[in-house]
Write a protein that binds this ligand. Structure first.
Ligand code: DUC
Ligand code: ZN
Length: 459
């Protein structure tokens, strides 16, 4: 099938240009002015922006957290994703602790995802235990299309010690791969939790107090010291605050290669949400926690300057009933917020329209940089001849109000409830297939597993 998308403004990481796009099968075959293709279905996109399909490099679907399982699985999560303009999600497959292999983790994640996805999907691999067997599996992971890994400095079920972190980063560097790292100081957080509990503090307002910004910044500093010793690149996932960003800057000044990701919850919300009446603060419990207004300002500046490379979501959803598992004890509230469907509209509305970033920045932050970093460029992340026809027709004038009920995700809450948004997704093509039309999902489960190559962001 051929489609001719006419008169839209094509956004790339360096330009915005009016042109027509001709797709054939899964690919973009021609871009130019006044294209003619008699056998192609014509889509009129005058007044619309056309982005390369957005890439969300940080989702958690069908994941066990704190004795429960995320409300979204791959079926519901990717439906929400594609309605929000995301054509590729990269979820975190995980090794289990207790002598398990990466291959077992990968098999599990394929079982969760295969045949269920409405957008393309790929996996990072979380390494939670390091030994010679695991080390030998790295080439196999690369052959399986996994070139980015994840390590944790917090969470007992996931964290590795500093020595193993060093060994992992060094090994990954040798294979031309890297790890995204969750940076928080686990030991001091545990001590603060113990103190809070002893003092009878049980509500969600305590969540940001036991996970303060400086304990994230300390972990970023330690991680980057370890990465420096290993002479390895590193990525800070969900960076939330000014102090952590300063650590990234210092490491870069020392000549290190450091990538950084942030998420909409850190750009649009402030920590007063945890003090909302009743148990409402639980909706916003995620780790690291939501920070202060001053941090938001610094993060937006870092997006505009290119110091932060990508905005992902850390989509990890729980219903209010699940959040209530922590009604008597805030440390039992399952951590995570939804975001996979609202990311692009939020970034356009609050970022581009508010003059904080440009359209080109938005394209780099939501699509192009992630495609390069995660080794799928130029198959994805750019609108050019030969690339996958992953296209988002975006209406810059659409107005809406975000409500949990209006989203396709499988949960009854959103941290952006009631927020007015200017701009939204109209249609989405997934590898040449119109899967969203007029903001409605018209084809499901067309997603395929994407084998990824090595990071190209430095080139
Ligand atoms: N943080 C969360 O809040 N949820 C899932 C994983 C994470 O790092
Ligand atoms: Zn996460």
């Amino acid at each position: 099938m051929r489609y001719l998308i006419r008169n839209g403004k094509i956004v790339s990481g360096c330009s915005v240009q009016k042109a027509d796009i001709l797709t054939e099968g899964e690919k973009i075959v021609k871009i130019g002015e006044n294209l003619k293709a008699e056998d192609a279905a014509v889509i009129e996109a005058a007044g619309k922006l056309i982005f390369p399909g957005f890439i969300d490099g940080h989702t958690h679907f069908d994941l066990e957290v704190a004795g429960t399982v995320t409300a979204d699985n791959f079926e519901t999560g990717t439906r929400a994703a594609v309605l929000g303009g995301t054509t590729l999600v990269i979820d975190f497959a995980s090794q289990d602790k207790g002598g398990h292999t990466l291959s077992e983790g990968l098999r599990k994640w394929h079982e969760k995802a295969d045949g269920r996805c409405s957008c393309d999907y790929s996996f990072h691999m979380s390494v939670v235990e390091w030994n010679e067997t695991v080390e030998k599996e790295i080439p196999l992971m690369i052959r399986e299309g996994i070139t980015s890994f994840k390590t944790y400095m917090t969470y007992p079920a996931m964290m590795v010690n500093d020595g193993d972190m060093y060994k992992i980063l060094k090994c990954l560097r040798e294979y031309g791969c890297f790890s995204g790292v969750h940076c928080e100081n686990a030991g001091v957080i545990d001590a603060l939790i113990e103190e809070a509990k002893k003092a009878g503090k049980t509500g969600p307002e305590n969540h940001p107090l036991v996970r303060p910004d400086y304990l994230e910044a300390e972990a970023v500093h330690r991680l980057l010291t370890i990465a420096g010793a290993a002479e390895a690149p590193a990525m800070i996932v969900h960076l939330t605050n000014a102090r952590s960003l300063e650590e990234v800057r210092m490491a870069r000044r020392r000549g290190q290669v450091v990538y950084a990701e942030t998420c909409p919850q850190y750009l649009f919300l402030e920590d007063s949400v945890y003090r909302r009446p009743g148990f409402e603060g639980a909706i916003y419990v995620c780790a690291p926690p939501i920070r202060k207004k001053e941090d938001q300002v610094v993060l937006w500046e870092a997006l505009a300057s290119g110091e932060i490379q990508t905005v992902a979501t850390d989509h990890c959803t729980f219903t209010l009933e699940q959040k209530a598992l922590g009604k008597e004890d805030f440390t039992r509230i399952p951590g995570g917020v939804p975001g996979v469907q609202t990311r692009a509209a939020l970034i356009y509305s609050g970022g581009v329209r508010e003059g904080r970033i440009t359209l080109q920045d938005m394209c780099r932050l939501l699509s192009e940089n992630a495609a390069k970093l995660y080794g799928v460029f130029p198959q994805k992340g750019i609108i050019q001849e030969g690339s996958d026809a992953d296209l988002v027709i975006f209406d810059p004038e659409k107005e809406s109000v975000i409500t949990a009920a209006g989203l396709a995700h499988n949960t009854d809450n959103t941290p952006y409830e009631g927020m007015r948004i200017h701009g939204g997704v109209d249609s989405v093509f997934l590898r040449g297939n119109p899967v969203v039309q007029g903001a409605h999902l018209v084809q499901e489960k067309q997603g395929k597993y994407i084998y990824r190559g090595k990071n190209q962001l430095l080139k």
